[in-house]
Design a protein around this ligand. Structure first.
Ligand code: HEC
Ligand code: HEC
Length: 340
């Protein structure tokens, strides 16, 4: 008896230590992982991008102005564009969540929910096709669509414009900005200009590349190496935007071996079945849950998904293969993602 009790006790203590170690993990070099700090949207990014980011492509048919950005920012946060006056662009694209939403499918008007996970809006100005399936040809084409979407803002565009025209303060703002009363084109340009200003960059990763070696921990540098070598992540999440703006089938949303239409809904080509737009990985630590259906809750789940080679289906992208990554490799990869 005298022996059994201390043995059990020490066993419990030992187990306790193991658990504590595995949750406390992750850094072997004793350094806390460096995390990217999301930047506040700004018109200035349209002219001077933050460190690490390329020049912002601008629309061909008009020159965005700071006044358009300010008006778009106000509209983005105003319920006036939704049926019940409560749903705003910002209620689904929350700054604190990297302009994504913590629910798999964010709530719209009338107790409805959007059909997909709200993607991060960071750096969308660098991409042309919008939506997870790329069915919208540009930011300008897209930004009015959530207003009429019955699951999102549920308001006819003509009604939205009538409301703005009936509002003295908006009338003045549109007149100052566009020299016109509120109309479709002005609404489009304001919202699009604000969305273009939602940019992030100047992350530990960018500063590391500019020579500040201490900005990434040894573990994060190991993660970067995995990302660029045996993880093959860079092939689709191509730096510096960490997206190729292309469409790929990783098997998310596959049911009984059959993919959802995905990109095929826009192109009608069966080869595009189950393909979805590669999302940026910038500020990805903030934008959980992940994937077009929000089906993966954490970055740990995402990495485990890629390690097992995605979800099998006839259209699985050949770049998605089972990965031979140790537990250390996986933890390092996650620490790297947090540095973006
Ligand atoms: C009810 C929630 C909801 C509201 C309100 C909402 N969005 Fe979204 N947003 C989404 C979802 C969901 C998607 C993905 C749609 C898809 O892929 O079909 C999306 C996609 C986008 C995209 C494309 C991003 C990409 O990566 O392709 C932009 C830009 C955007 N929203 C801007 C806005 C603006 C501007 C407003 C306000 C006028 C707005 N959203 C209102 C949920 C919402
Ligand atoms: C064949 C191209 C491809 C490769 C290779 C690839 N990805 Fe992806 N990734 C995608 C696509 C496409 C999606 C969106 C899938 C969806 O929503 O159904 C995605 C989604 C993600 C997301 C979710 C982001 C979000 O905002 O929801 C993360 C995180 C991610 N990938 C990380 C990685 C990592 C880490 C690797 C390497 C181990 C990797 N990816 C390899 C194409 C790829």
């Amino acid at each position: 008896m005298e022996i059994v009790i201390p043995t059990l006790l020490s066993l419990t203590l030992l187990l306790g230590t193991v658990v504590a170690q595995s949750t406390a993990a992750p850094s072997k070099d004793g350094q806390a992982p460096k995390q990217a700090k999301a930047l506040t949207p700004s018109f200035a990014f349209l002219q001077t991008p933050p460190k690490g980011m390329p020049a912002m492509p601008l629309p061909k048919d008009y020159a965005p102005t700071e006044a358009m950005f300010a008006l778009g920012q106000r509209l983005f946060h105003d319920g006036i564009l939704s049926k019940n006056q409560k749903v705003t662009c910002a209620s689904c694209h929350l700054a604190a969540n990297g302009f994504a939403h913590p629910d798999k499918r964010p709530p719209g008007v009338d107790g409805k929910r959007a059909l997909r996970h709200a993607p991060s809006l960071f750096n969308r100005g660098y991409g042309t096709l919008q939506r997870w399936d790329g069915s919208s040809a540009s930011i300008e084409e897209f930004v009015l669509e959530p207003i009429e979407d019955p699951n999102e803002m549920g308001l006819k565009l003509t009604d939205a414009i009538a409301r703005l025209r009936a509002n003295a303060s908006y009338n003045k703002a549109f007149s100052d900005t566009f020299d016109s009363e509120p109309n479709r084109e002005a609404l489009r340009r304001s919202l699009a200009t604000f969305v273009r200003g939602i940019v992030t960059g100047n992350a530990p990763y960018d500063r590391f590349l500019l020579g500040k070696v201490g900005e990434m921990t040894a573990q994060q540098r190991h993660g970067q190496w995995i990302f660029e070598s045996k993880g093959a992540c860079w092939k689709c999440h191509t730096p510096p935007l960490f997206t190729d703006e292309g469409f790929h089938n990783t098997g998310i949303g596959v049911l009984d071996g059959k993919p959802e239409p995905g990109r095929m809904a826009a192109t009608k080509s069966p080869a595009d079945a189950g393909k979805w737009k590669t999302p940026t990985l910038r500020s990805v630590r903030m934008t959980a849950p992940y994937m077009h259906d929000g089906s993966l809750a954490t970055l740990e789940d995402v990495v485990a998904f890629y390690v097992r080679g995605g979800n099998a289906n006839a259209n699985l992208d050949r770049k998605v293969q089972k990965l031979d990554l140790s537990k250390d490799d996986q933890e390092a990869l996650i620490a790297f993602l947090r540095s973006l």
